[in-house]
Design a protein. Structure first.
Length: 161
């Protein structure tokens, strides 16, 4: 009935080390960029969805310290063609350019570009195809927003608050 003391000791030392290293969750209250950014994007449905997701992930700010300006672009390409020559599936390929600016100084904190794609089925009625297209654009905006948030989290971790 012996247990492995090395495993238990390693676990305890690891937990002790984490408690002293200043480890804190990125998305916790008062941490990171949460509730410090206001968002500006294109006046399109995709731009609205992008801002909506950014605000959902980073919070609404009554007194923002930064402004995040984004511009979203996308195009569609045939991904599957039937034997009759009709397009059965389309890829929506998109990107979002973003710039994070300090409101007080006007200084650019960082900028970048994120990319992604989704797809949708073009088989069915016109209304069904339009509905699946709209859903694909919404999924693309959410994907791009999540990638921007990931980048902002790294920027915040790399720079002292």
């Amino acid at each position: 009935m012996s247990s492995d003391p090395f495993s238990r000791r390693t676990l305890l030392l690891g937990l002790f080390a984490l408690s002293g290293c200043g480890f804190a969750p990125i998305y916790g209250a008062g941490n990171g960029m949460r509730e410090q950014i206001t968002f500006e994007s294109d006046d399109t449905v995709a731009g609205y969805r992008l801002n909506e997701r950014l605000e959902e992930r980073l919070g609404f700010s009554a007194a923002p310290r930064y402004v995040l300006r984004t511009s979203i672009r996308y195009n569609e390409r045939a991904a599957a063609i039937t034997s009759e020559g009709d397009t059965a599936r389309l890829n929506v390929i998109g990107s979002a350019d973003w710039v994070l600016t300090d409101i007080a100084s006007g200084a650019r904190v960082d900028a970048g570009k994120v990319e992604g794609f989704t797809s949708y089925s073009a088989i069915g009625s016109t209304i069904a195809t339009q509905s699946t297209r709209d859903d694909a654009l919404e999924r693309l905006a959410i994907l791009l927003a999540d990638r921007i948030v990931s980048r902002l989290s790294v920027i915040n971790l790399a720079t002292p608050a």
